[in-house]
Ligand binder design. Structure first.
Ligand SMILES: [Zn+2]
Length: 257
């Protein structure tokens, strides 16, 4: 049984108490070391409170950020603190924070295999791996829009309310979560799913999970979630999570028909 991804506030992990600036720099270094971004690609952000977002700057390598390189903006993108301009993809991050009150961190990168699927116009929507079915459900593909434009943020709008990971056509991947570390783990999971999907395609066959297997996993996770939720989540958060699980089960059943 896969363990839920939890690495942020309330989880009791080191990331829960880590300074958000240090956390963002540490995750940037991981993205760069894993080859999920090259040069100055990618961008990261953390919700500091109800009105402020900490974001990576434009034009600097995410592998070599220092805490004072980071920028604080409001939810309209106005710079409140920082000596650099914020990421050109800031509108995408802000759209996610505005439409998802549950999101505390956003990660955008170009991991090469998942980006290959995005460039081929192929979503990662098959029930191949128990862990990713549970954590990500399906990873849909948002249509192409020019990077750094508001249009790009708008292509994500219909998908972001229902998904924590999205392929961006001819571009890359965006993930989100209750904290930045969880968003980063989801980026790793998308790339892992893309690699495994590619191998199954090279082998010429895919043995998808059966609906009964998925229902059993969902039932087990739902039990865990309810237990964890009663400790850490609001009633609205619990309801949102259960509704997402039901939607996921329906989609997977329909997909199998
Ligand atoms: Zn990008």
């Amino acid at each position: 049984m896969p363990e839920p991804l939890r690495g942020g506030p309330g989880s009791g992990s080191a990331a829960a108490t880590e300074d958000p600036r240090r956390l963002l720099c540490r995750i940037g270094a991981l993205l760069y070391q894993r080859g999920f971004v090259i040069a100055t690609d990618g961008n990261l952000s953390v919700r500091l409170d109800g009105a402020r977002i900490l974001a990576s700057p434009t034009g600097l390598s995410k592998g070599m950020l220092e805490p004072d390189d980071l920028v604080v903006v409001d939810l309209e993108g106005r710079v409140l603190e920082g000596r650099h301009a914020p990421s050109s993809e800031l509108p995408m991050h802000l759209l996610i924070y505005r439409s998802r009150p549950d999101v505390g961190g956003v990660c955008h990168a170009h991991p090469p295999v998942a980006t290959g699927f995005a460039a081929a116009g192929v979503p990662l929507d098959k029930a191949l791996l128990a862990e990713t079915v549970l954590e990500l459900q399906q990873v849909p593909l948002a249509r192409y829009a020019t990077p750094g434009t508001r249009e790009l943020a708008e292509t994500l709008a219909p998908l972001i309310t229902r998904h924590n990971a999205i392929l961006m056509a001819n571009h890359g991947v965006v993930t989100c979560g209750p904290d930045l570390q969880t968003a980063y783990f989801r980026m790793e999971q998308v790339e892992h799913l893309a690699r495994v999907t590619l191998v199954t395609e090279l082998l010429g066959r895919q043995a998808l999970l059966r609906p009964a297997d998925i229902q059993r996993l969902l039932a087990l996770r739902q039990g865990e979630t309810t237990e964890a939720a009663t400790e850490n989540e609001s009633p609205a958060g619990i309801r949102q999570r259960v509704e997402a699980l039901l939607r996921q089960a329906l989609r997977l059943l329909q997909q199998d028909r």
